[in-house]
Design a protein around this ligand. Structure first.
Ligand code: PCA
Length: 200
């Protein structure tokens, strides 16, 4: 059985929960498609998130990596196409606010996802779940961990599929903010499962 490292993030900013944390905890230990899922939660911290993710990769030796994050305001499941070498965002959970910082000094400008993102979107739409490829993962923690893991795998010459999928807010977050597009947590989880099943 192949192993999938599936990460989510802890809550951040004014979001009292993070649906990705709840989903990776729920799916941890499950078998989906060809994969045993190993679900883990990452801190929303510029210094700690990617070291933790790379440590998990070393420990678990996964055959694929899908990192999940909340994109509050989006109304579709959005597999990310590209991660850029920039940290420039709002406050992380330790209060850091980097401005125009490279993630890796002298690193390449960007990395493309090596997940089957087109198949993911097609499979989701087929299931009646709104989805599209996103061409920006932002410059906050989600972009940071996607860039960091792709950089490390490239450096090591390892070609396992890895990348990032953003998900909409869940109902619990929507009740805090009446205007936020929000989905049932169950539907977001089903969407993640659909994405996992597209992996070989
Ligand atoms: N979403 C943020 C960071 C943590 C999360 O779940 C992002 O889109 O960068």
């Amino acid at each position: 059985m192949k192993k999938l490292l599936l990460t989510g993030f802890e809550p951040f900013l004014n979001h009292k929960v993070n649906p990705t944390e709840l989903i990776v905890k729920e799916l941890d230990g499950e078998t989906i498609g060809n994969y045993e899922v190993i679900g883990r939660v990452l801190p929303v911290d510029y210094e700690e998130a990617s070291p933790k993710l790379l440590k998990l990769v070393d420990e678990i030796k996964p055959d694929a990596v899908i990192a999940l994050g909340l994109a509050a305001g989006r109304n579709k499941i959005t597999p990310e196409r590209v991660a850029i070498n920039v940290n420039d965002g709002v406050k992380d959970n330790s209060g850091r606010v980097p401005v125009d910082q490279p993630i890796i000094e002298d690193g390449p400008a960007a990395y493309f996802s090596t997940l089957p993102i087109r198949q993911m979107v097609n499979a989701l739409v087929e299931e009646g779940i709104p989805a599209e490829i996103s061409n920006t993962a932002g410059t906050y923690l989600c972009n940071n961990v996607m860039y960091s893991v792709l950089h490390e795998l490239e450096k090591r010459g390892e070609d396992l599929p890895a990348g990032f999928v953003h998900v909409p807010a869940s109902f619990e977050l929507g009740t805090q903010d009446g205007k936020l597009p929000c989905w049932p947590l169950k539907t977001i989880q089903e969407a993640v499962e659909v994405c996992i099943r597209t992996l070989d």
